[in-house]
Design a protein around this ligand. Structure first.
Ligand SMILES: Nc1ncnc2c1ncn2[C@@H]1O[C@H](COP(=O)(O)OP(=O)(O)OP(=O)(O)O)[C@@H](O)[C@H]1O
Length: 779
């Protein structure tokens, strides 16, 4: 029975072993009246349910916590306890004062019989016929019913408790008797007579009396049954209450299951996610393993290298050990040396002590020496003062001598210049230009004299060979030799040329008038000689002379000389003077030449710019050049058909010697000296006029020089024959130093003009030198 109950309480399925299944286990919790189970089982279930209410309450939370909780609890709470409780309930049912267990026993004993319902019980209590019917039904239900009925009838005298005891199992409480009695079915006389009147109709009257007594007993029993009935009702009520509670528990359990299923679902999702993460982690780990493998291989290689290195290190250590052994030997040697040195040190210390004593003695001597030195210093200071005074006296004397020497130098310098001649002529042959090398006539046959001999004698020669046809048609060669103060060949540069004229620049600072001409045909190199090119090596005589004047003037400052300089730049074109430093684009002023009683020449309305450095001179030359270019544009190219005269006036004052001087440097670029027939003027009146004026002025210049050369200083010198000679009057009057460059073309085509120029230069060169006079000089 207990096993049966356990089976009944066991959950019908184990598919969800971890979750309680309220729907399946619910039937086992139904009260007996609902499911038709035997009352003791239902009671046991109820009691078990009531008893397990308290312990079962934590089951639900446990089910919520884990999935396995509910199933375990379902078993332990609802199945196993129920079985045990059923056993307990059977015990309690035996103790209960009801006849239900006997009735159950009897019904169990009668195979397939249905236990009596409450209504039948009430009916049997209301009428004895019902009981009789019950008794008959019982009797007819089995093959041994007749014997049982007989027994019932033959035991009327037996007291109910006794039969009750007999009917129930031994040892059962006496309160089960009524049930046995009911089963035995004490019947009223009438129905009994009606039904079994065949055997008992003949019963005695005494038996009827005893029936009455029994009837009373039966009524008492009925009352007892009623009480039992009431008790059963109350139990049913309590079971219903329990049922309601169990339903509530069931609902809770269902909710719990739902939540558990949700948890399960979320747990599945988590599981899925965790599996994916796990797969990723596995991949990562595999990659890490691969990387570690690679690292391992690398480390193994490093290990191999390290082993090799270790081998080398061991080798080094072995060598070091050998070295150490050698050093140990050396160390021992050094220790011996150290010992010896320490001995020497102690000896030296002794000497030092001795020396310290000597130093003390010397210090004492030094103090005495210091006093002596102070006295000597005083005497020395006195001597220094005396020496300084002596020096100052000597310096003053030397400076005086120097000044005297400077004066002597100047005298000697000018004597040398005078000896050289105040009118000197240099011939310069320019090199052939690149485009002239292909000239069909080629270069002229010009020969130069021995340069060394020229330096010794101070006279250079130049030989020109020319060929001409005689009147008879014979070709004849003509050799002409010219002699000048110096002849510059095409190979000589600007620097070599300037060395020869640099002393003239010094003369300007000494207060002499210096005039340097550049004479020659067009294109012979006059402008190149006077102005030169832009490169420092190509600088001409004007910038070099002015640069030297500035340099020497700075040097003379030490000797007390202060110089001021100003420059003018004039042009003589068609006998008219133009100021190349004027403010306008083209000079329209009329300029006049005036010479005062002191033989000082001035040109009216000309611009004279103060000059204190070479940069200002460069600007002045550039300004003059640009105005000359404008004039050339406006009035035809005339640069080669006008004379340009740059004048630098130098004034010097020496407060120390109370000297003053004023010199003028004239640098003249003469117009081209072409003859009229070779000038190309032709029928061009302007060109003709230009050429005539050029030749006139050049011839006047030659006349002036010739007149001066013929000793006509006291006589008439035709300065007024041309504007040029008037302009240069003070520079040519014999009180100045004149140098003329005769520029020559190297081309054979220009040989005729070259010879003419050479003749003109020879004429100037043969002019006797006058004596130059210093302007305003005291010495
Ligand atoms: N010693 C020289 N070395 C190199 N080139 C020279 C020399 N002399 C002249 N020249 C060149 O020859 C050309 C003519 O020279 P330059 O213009 O000086 O002649 P010029 O006599 O002044 O002519 P013009 O009368 O037309 O002014 C120039 O191109 C110049 O550079």
């Amino acid at each position: 029975m207990a096993e049966e109950q356990e089976n009944m309480m066991q959950p019908p399925t184990s598919r969800l072993p971890r979750l309680a299944t309220p729907t399946k286990s619910a039937p086992s919790l139904r009260p007996p009246s609902v499911v038709g189970r035997p009352a003791p089982l239902g009671l046991a279930m109820t009691v078990a349910g009531e008893k397990r209410k308290t312990p079962s309450s934590p089951v639900i939370p446990t089910a919520k916590r884990t999935a396995s909780g509910p199933s375990a609890l379902g078993k332990s709470t609802l199945t196993k306890p129920t079985a045990s409780t059923a056993r307990k309930a059977s015990g309690s049912a035996a103790a209960a004062p009801t006849g239900r267990r006997p009735a159950t026993r009897s019904s169990t004993g009668s195979t397939g019989s249905t236990p009596p319902s409450n209504a039948a019980m009430r009916a049997s209590s209301r009428s004895g016929s019902a009981l009789a019917t019950s008794g008959r039904r019982t009797a007819s239900g089995s093959s041994s019913a007749s014997s049982t009925a007989t027994t019932t009838r033959t035991r009327p005298a037996v007291a109910p408790p006794t039969r009750g005891v007999t009917a129930s199992r031994a040892g059962r409480p006496a309160r089960k008797l009524p049930i046995s009695t009911t089963a035995a079915g004490p019947s009223r006389p009438k129905p009994v007579a009606g039904k079994s009147g065949i055997g008992t109709g003949m019963a005695s009257a005494a038996q009827f009396k005893s029936h009455d007594g029994r009837l009373e007993n039966v009524e008492k029993m009925v009352d007892g049954f009623k009480e039992l009935l009431e008790q059963e009702k109350s139990k049913i009520n309590s079971l219903q209450t329990s049922h309601t509670d169990l339903q509530t528990i069931l609902l809770n359990a269902q909710n719990t299951e739902r939540e558990a299923r949700k948890d399960l679902s979320s747990a599945s999702e988590e599981l899925f996610v965790m599996r994916a993460a796990h797969a990723r982690e596995v991949d990562d780990l595999e990659r890490q393993i691969q990387r570690k493998d690679r690292e391992k291989r690398g480390l193994e290689e490093e290990l191999g290298d390290s082993r090799d290195e270790l081998g080398r290190e061991r080798e080094v250590v072995r060598e070091l050990k050998q070295t150490l052994a050698q050093q140990s030997t050396q160390h021992m040697t050094l220790s011996a040396q150290l010992t010896a040195s320490q001995a020497q040190l102690s000896a030296l210390q002794t000497e030092v002590e001795r020396a310290t004593l000597a130093v003390s003695a010397m210090k004492a001597e030094l103090e005495v020496g210091k006093e002596k030195a102070c006295e000597a210093e005083k005497r020395a200071d006195q001597s220094v003062v005396e020496v300084r005074e002596e020096c100052d006296r000597k310096v003053a004397a030397v400076e005086e001598e120097l000044r005297a020497a400077e004066s002597i130098r100047r005298k000697l310098h000018n004597q040398v210049q005078e000896l050289k001649g105040n009118i000197r002529v240099f011939a310069r042959v320019r090199p052939a230009l690149a485009h002239e090398l292909n000239n069909p006539e080629g270069l002229a046959d010009i020969a130069y004299g021995d340069e060394r001999l020229a330096e010794e004698t101070g006279q250079s020669h130049l030989t020109v060979k020319s060929r001409s046809e005689s009147a008879m048609g014979k070709e004849r060669e003509q050799v002409q030799q010219f002699q000048f103060d110096r002849v510059f060949q095409p190979k000589h540069g600007q620097k070599a040329v300037f060395e020869e004229i640099s002393m003239l620049s010094q003369s300007v600072l000494d207060g002499y008038n210096v005039c340097i001409f550049a004479y020659g045909q067009t294109g012979s190199g006059k402008s190149w000689t006077m102005e030169g090119g832009d490169l420092s090596d190509d600088l001409g005589m004007i910038p070099r002379a002015i640069d030297m004047i500035f340099t020497v003037s700075r040097q003379l400052k030490d000797r007390g000389w202060n110089y001021t300089m100003e420059g003018t730049f004039l042009e003589v074109y068609n006998e008219v003077i133009n100021d190349l430093l004027g403010s306008g684009q083209f000079d329209t002023k009329k300029h006049e030449i005036k010479i005062d009683n002191d033989n000082k020449m001035t040109v009216t309305d000309t611009v004279s710019l103060p000059l204190s450095n070479t940069e200002q001179v460069s600007m002045l030359l550039e300004r003059a050049r640009s105005r000359r270019a404008v004039a050339a544009t406006l009035m035809n190219a005339r640069s080669s058909r006008s004379h340009s005269v740059f004048s630098l006036k130098v004034k010097g004052v020496n407060p120390l010697t109370d000297e003053q001087c004023e010199g003028i440097l004239n640098l003249v670029d003469l117009a081209g000296s072409e003859r009229l027939d070779s000038s190309g003027a032709g029928s061009n009146k302007d060109r003709l006029k230009e050429t005539i004026n050029i030749n006139k002025s050049l011839s006047a210049l030659a006349d002036v020089i010739g007149a001066l050369g013929q000793g006509q200083q006291g006589g008439h010198v035709p300065y007024r024959n041309s504007t040029l000679t008037r302009l240069l009057q003070t520079s040519l009057s014999g009180q100045s130093k004149t140098l003329m460059f005769c520029n020559l073309s190297p081309l054979a085509a220009h040989l005729g003009e070259t010879v003419c120029s050479l003749r003109f230069a020879t004429k100037v060169n043969t002019t006797p030198a006058g004596t130059a006079k210093r302007n305003n000089g005291k010495s």
